[in-house]
Structure formats: C-alpha cells, structure tokens
Design a protein. Structure first.
Length: 194
C-alpha cells in the first residue's frame, strides 16, 4: 500500500510550550526546550510542506465560560480553575515558531483525543491519508491517545519521538514504550528525510 502521510502537530500551543504559558511551570516548557521539540517540529513542518504532505494542527481548549468543559475530568480541572486553555485566546494559539499556513487546518478538541467529537477523521479521509506522523505534547496524553485512536481507525501511525515531549523525560520514555505497541516510533529524519 502506498504511504500517504499527514503530519499532525498536537497541542504545541502557547499555554503549554511558551515560557509565558500558564502550564509553563509544570515542566512542559522546560522539556520542550531541553529536547529541542519546537525546532524539530519546525523542521518536520517545513519538510512536510516541501514534500506536499498535509500539515494539520490540533489544539486543545474550551469555549469561554467552559460550557464544553468535562466536569468529571480531574485532568482538566486545573483548566477551569486557572482560567486556562480558552479557545480564541493567546494561550490556545499555536506557538509562533510553528504557525499554520493560511490553508492548513486547525482542529479544535475538547478532550485528550483529537478524534473525539471533531472532524479530524473525515478531514484525513478526504485527504486520502493512510499514515499519521505525530509531533507535539504531551507524549502520555494526546500523542498516546492519537496513536491508539489512529490505529483503531486503521491508520498507520508513526510517532516522531524527537519532536514530542511531556513534563518529564521519565514519563516521555514510559509513554513511548506503550506507544510502540501500536505505532512505529521514529524521528523527524527517518519519517521526513531532507
């Protein structure tokens, strides 16, 4: 089967990866900087664009007032309590180093998985994509969830481990071990060679 990939840029938003983001102190920004994730994701985006590979951005957030916020989620409790990840604000915009081009889709999600309650699957199928290349934060949440959900939707999945991160190297590595059960773990260079 011919490989028809799309590059998914997952939650590389200001709230998580910018030093002024409200989650910056939780370790995400430090790990992203230490691992060079913004630079590598930028390389992946540039190479995908050059090769004609669709680039799709995914951002997590909630409507102002949090009507679509999952009240039962302990994970998202800090979002509402801290007035975080409100769609349409600076916090939920993709980091300036990775800005979407005018014609690149941005999928808004309100849960961990970018497939839950969004048009992502339809978009990928319309583009005739059969392989997902994943970059972003956080490895144990959105990256893992996308890898599993993509697998169960019959996509080939490849996680670009050098363009992903979470709040600690230990958690990142543990997540990659789990991810490797349903997805290929590779690098930007392997997935999108120059």
């Amino acid at each position: 089967m011919e490989r028809r990939p799309a590059l998914l840029v997952l939650d590389l938003i200001n709230e998580l990866v910018h030093p002024d983001g409200k989650y910056a102190a939780d370790g995400y920004c430090e790990q992203v900087a230490r691992r060079g994730v913004l630079e590598r994701a930028g390389t992946a985006i540039a190479r995908a664009r050059t090769a004609g590979v669709p680039v799709i951005y995914v951002v997590v957030g909630f409507s102002p007032g949090y009507a679509d916020w999952p009240a039962s989620s302990e994970l998202f409790a800090s979002a509402r309590d801290g007035d975080r990840v409100v769609l349409g604000t600076w916090g939920t915009r993709v980091h300036d180093a990775l800005k979407p081009a005018g014609d690149e889709p941005v999928v808004e999600k309100r849960r961990i998985s970018p497939f839950f309650g969004t048009h992502l699957d339809g978009l990928l199928r319309n583009l005739r994509v059969n392989t997902l290349l994943l970059t972003g934060v956080t490895t144990e949440l959105v990256v893992l969830s996308t890898a599993r959900d993509g697998h169960d939707r019959d996509y080939r999945v490849e996680v670009l481990e050098d363009a992903t991160a979470t709040d600690s190297q230990e958690t990142h590595e543990a997540a990659l071990k789990v991810i490797a059960r349903t997805a290929k773990v590779s690098t930007v260079e392997q997935a999108l060679p120059a």
